[in-house]
Write a protein that binds this ligand. Structure first.
Ligand code: ATP
Length: 947
């Protein structure tokens, strides 16, 4: 079908020398209808997806090598070498029996396995992060087949017609067809921080530098202000950005605060174990002389291995990864890993109103002009409904001022209203038509298109009666927009056709710029009484929770260049109040928030009364609570604001820069703040907040880039759900740290006790300790990482984000239970040692110690699940733990009873009685922890009674 090929990409440098029309011609595309589906398919076969090759920051080898920089693995390597030297010395002395260098080989194997595991996890984590990035990849609004659609940027092909608006991150290089005050930040490409004002009409010299090509926009740059339409000229690696791909931001792999703290813990443990080794050898030599040096070294090596929690890093990585996956399932996309663990500490959630707490599905319910207020019927975006005055339906054409207001609403508009119907043969309805009316673009503007359509104005140019020439776009700072239009009349020469500016915006800001108001056909001077009447009507609508917009117009002689000068001496038309109902799930989410000790705060650009009405419906504010407005806030000193944030839960008519001050003031009051945002100007506040949250649907690419988390459904309830998941992650991490480190302390003390109580041998060899730390501790720890949420998790206050991981008794628990663990095992060790001496199996005591330590940990894993006694827990609520405990117990028994494993791990067959004794001792740790829980419960209830 297409005979002309899009020009080869190496001629791309000359695109700026073509007019917009010539560019469309060269690319064989149509700016009114876009490309046809077959042509898109053909072009995407030629040009491939619009994405750059993912640049891997670290090679596989680099990730692999980094595993061995871990100080704990280095310690293990040293132990392996020392153990090898020891074997060699014993062999030379002729005192060695068994398989030579077994420990060395085993430790090195485990070091390699551990490194491999770390490598696999890290590369999986990198892939997962890349996949998450893919999920948050920018969407573009494209015109194809005469229909508008939201597509993944990767699907763009040369010749596509795309829309640009403030906050869009450009996904391809494109030639502008329309540009309304379009300002683009090109610093990613040119290094120039000042925004560039773009023009669609410019045709430039061929040798214009990249930074001067004002008629082109480039992939990787950001629209800061204005709107536009453009035709894609280059995609993927053919874009200017593709040519300098190394500038691309790398995949983020920063360690989370927790991982950093764990690395520090690892270092501390290594240093501690070194000291312990030195101490054991020192005391041993002092007591028994140099004769037992070899034995002492063996004890020290075992202790050094025992102290390293080899299973911990894996458990942490898995928990964080599972946390992000669980959050994505609940529609919260994590962009920076630390957010997973810090979300649990959030105690203040600052949320936008429109779209987050409300549905962002606007329907105009009321229109007020000079002669009175009209009720508008109809639901959703379907353009059918009536205008009712009093009890009577009227024809809008009878009221010129109402007509003008509706025209202003349709012309001052960048949204599109479209019916997406689908034939469905199986559908029972006789028409066979299914589908719905959809709005592309701002729902506020969509509602005005629907309103206009209800009066018969079904298309943006009002059947060609108006031509839109330019616009002063909406921004949250000005809170208004205007469009300059030419009233086209075939009978009048073009030079004499009337120019009109139509404006809409927040009633206060627009009314302040009006001097006259329209009443029927007449324009009457606005006096104070009339102003007060209009503001009272505005307040009345806002008080009922309606979102209110004002409308005005002004005849022009010439097309203006400056918004500030143009938007003066306007003629006031009237008000439109639209309903944006609260999301049904928002109220329960607010209640959950409050129960969880988290304060919800609403920050909106809307009217204070509208904001308060919705906040009250949702339980964020109570009747009579104060609402702080942007202008009031602007007058406050930082000190006053700091005092006010404690009392204020609703902020209205705020601009993005106020958001930053609110976050800072809250943080100074010690709050840990999650803050939502969607606009370009929200980026600083999102960055400053402890958790910056961008909107997945309505959010600009710039706000997403600045955020820690993206809400895929723009829903407040999702923030609360993510906070809950954050708490679960943090709880689980503490749970398995309790479990793993408690066991390590027990092992170290047991080994250190052996020479001190005069046993002539080491109870555990390094290989057995590694087995315990990696397998018998590791598997249950992984299962604890997926422990389901405690049902009360959202009924307690958040924890201090700065607290140490060992806070709230965790450090003390590890030491206490570690000592108890060791005491039970030492009793068993000294008893079984005595029994074994002179028996047929004199080494069996070591296997008894080994087995008891392993199986005791199984009981500990079950006990550590909750603060509640085990008998109150459903054992099947974490089936992974049951499986881990069963598998580990079977594996341990195999080590004791399967001959090749016995030989390898240096274990000895135990009699049934011996095994029974081990199992009996093993349950003691479980019993101890359970008794502790009961005691604590009793103690707390007694204290409560006394209080
Ligand atoms: P939130 O901050 O909760 O998302 P919001 O949408 O009201 O609320 P802004 O987008 O900053 O915040 O809008 C501020 C005000 O500007 C609105 O209350 C409305 O009066 C006006 N307004 C909103 N959208 C438009 C628009 N497209 N054109 C003109 N005026 C608008």
């Amino acid at each position: 079908m297409t005979s002309i090929q899009p020009p080869a990409t190496d001629t791309a440098s000359a695109w700026h020398a073509l007019s917009a029309q010539d560019t469309c011609f060269c690319l064989n595309s149509n700016s009114c209808t876009g490309l046809a589906a077959e042509e898109v398919a053909r072009r995407s076969r030629i040009y491939g997806p619009n994405r750059l090759e993912e640049k891997r920051l670290r090679t596989k080898w680099a990730i692999c090598f980094e595993q061995f920089k871990n100080v704990m693995l280095v310690l293990l390597i040293v132990v392996a070498i020392a153990s090898g030297i020891l074997d060699a010395v014993e062999m030379r002395a002729g005192t060695f029996d068994g398989v030579p260098f077994k420990d060395t080989v085993a430790i090195l194997t485990i070091v390699i396995l551990n490194g491999l595991l770390g490598y696999l996890q890290e590369s999986r984590a990198e892939k997962a992060l890349a996949a998450l990035r893919q999920l948050s990849a920018p969407k573009v609004r494209v015109l194809r087949d005469n229909k508008t659609a939201e597509l993944d940027a990767a699907e763009l092909v040369p010749g596509d017609i795309v829309w640009l608006e403030a906050g869009t991150q450009l996904a391809a290089d494109a030639r502008l067809l329309v540009a309304a005050h379009l300002q683009v930040r090109e610093s990613a490409l040119t290094g120039e921080a000042t925004p560039v004002l773009k023009s669609a009409t410019a045709v430039l010299d061929e040798d214009a530098a990249l930074g001067d090509r004002i008629n082109l926009v480039f992939a990787g740059t950001e629209v800061l202000q204005g709107r536009g339409q453009a035709i894609v000229i280059n995609t993927g690696k053919h874009t200017e950005l593709g040519r300098i791909a190394e500038l691309l931001e790398s995949v983020e792999t920063a360690q989370t605060p927790l991982q950093r703290r764990m690395t520090q813990l690892g270092n501390a443990l290594v240093v501690g174990s070194m000291l312990l080794v030195a101490l054991t050898i020192g005391i041993g030599v002092l007591r028994t002389g140099w004769g037992r040096l070899l034995e002492l070294i063996e004890v020290s090596l075992s202790m050094a291995v025992a102290v390293v929690p080899e299973g911990l890093p894996a458990a942490i990585t898995v928990t964080l990864a599972i946390g992000t996956q669980r959050m994505v399932r609940r529609k919260a996309l994590i962009r920076r890993l630390p957010a997973v663990e810090t979300l649990g500490s959030v105690n203040t959630i600052c949320s936008d109103k429109t779209g987050t707490l409300t549905q962002n599905k606007m329907v105009v319910q009321e229109v007020a002009i000079a002669c009175g207020a009209f009720h508008v019927t109809g639901e959703g975006y379907a353009p059918s409904g009536k205008f009712v005055l009093g009890e009577e339906a009227i024809a809008p054409a009878q009221y010129p001022d109402l007509q003008a207001l509706l025209v202003a609403g349709v012309l001052c508009n960048d949204a599109t209203l479209q019916f997406s119907g689908a034939q469905d043969d199986r559908a029972p309805d006789t028409s066979g038509e299914r589908g719905e009316w959809q709005v592309f673009g701002d729902p506020t503007e969509g509602a005005l298109l629907v309103l206009g359509a209800k009066a018969g104005f079904a298309n943006p140019t009002l059947d060609g009666r108006y031509q839109r020439l330019s616009e002063f776009p909406f921004d949250s700072e000005r809170k208004r927009m205007s469009a300059i239009c030419r009233a086209t009349d075939a009978d009048v020469p073009r030079s004499e056709q009337a120019l009109v500016l139509f404006a809409k915006g927040s009633p206060e800001s627009l009314l302040a710029r009006c001097t006259v108001y329209q009443a029927g056909e007449d324009a009457i001077a606005l006096d104070e009484r009339e102003r007060d009447r209009i503001l009272a009507a505005n307040a009345d609508m806002a008080d009922r929770g309606l979102r209110v917009l004002g409308f005005a117009y002004k005849p022009l002689d010439v097309e203006p260049a400056d918004a500030d000068a143009a938007e003066t001496d306007l003629v006031w038309l009237g008000l439109a109040g639209m309903m944006d109902a609260a999301r049904p799930e928002a109220r329960p989410a607010v209640d959950r928030c409050i129960a969880a000790g988290i304060r919800p705060v609403m920050i909106t650009g809307d009217h204070p009364l509208t904001a308060h009405a919705i906040a009250q419906q949702l339980g964020i504010a109570r009747p009579g609570d104060q609402v702080l407005t942007g202008p009031e806030l602007a007058k406050m000193s930082d000190g006053d604001l700091k005092a006010a944030v404690d009392r204020t839960s609703v902020y209205a008519r705020v601009s993005p820069e106020h958001k930053l001050r609110i976050v800072e003031a809250l943080q100074q009051r010690g709050c840990f703040v999650a803050m939502t945002g969607d606009g370009v100007n929200d980026a600083p506040a999102l960055k400053r907040a402890d958790i910056g949250i961008a909107m997945g649907i309505t959010g600009t690419d710039v706000s997403k880039e600045a955020s820690d988390m993206v809400l895929l459904d723009d829903n407040f309830a999702t923030i609360v759900a993510a906070t809950e998941e954050g708490r679960v992650v943090y709880d689980n991490i503490r749970r398995f740290i309790k479990y793993i480190l408690g066991s390590n302390v027990g092992e170290v003390l047991t080994i250190a006790a052996a020479p001190l109580i005069g046993l002539g041998d080491v109870p555990l060899v390094p290989l057995q300790i590694l087995w315990m730390n990696l397998v018998t501790d590791g598997l249950p720890a992984l299962a604890l990482a997926v422990e389901p949420a405690n049902p009360d998790i959202m009924k307690r206050s958040p924890f201090d984000p700065g607290e140490s991981i060992f806070a709230r008794g965790l450090g003390w628990y590890i030491i206490r239970v570690g000592i108890v663990f060791a005491l039970f095992t030492i009793v068993l060790m000294s008893w079984s040692y005595g029994q074994a001496q002179g028996s047929a199996n004199p080494e069996s005591w070591k296997t008894m110690v080994f087995t008891t330590l392993c199986i005791a940990q199984m009981g500990h894993a079950i006990a550590v699940r909750s603060d509640k006694p085990a008998f109150e827990m459903n054992p099947f609520s974490n089936p992974y733990l049951l499986a881990a405990v069963s598998i580990t117990t079977v594996l341990q028994l195999m080590l004791v009873y399967v001959p090749p494993l016995q030989a390898f791990f240096g274990t000895h067959r135990l009699s049934l009685v011996q095994l029974g004794i081990c199992l009996g001792f093993s349950t003691l740790v479980f019993v101890w922890v359970e008794l502790e829980k009961l005691f604590l419960r009793w103690w707390r209830s007694r204290r409560r009674l006394r209080a």
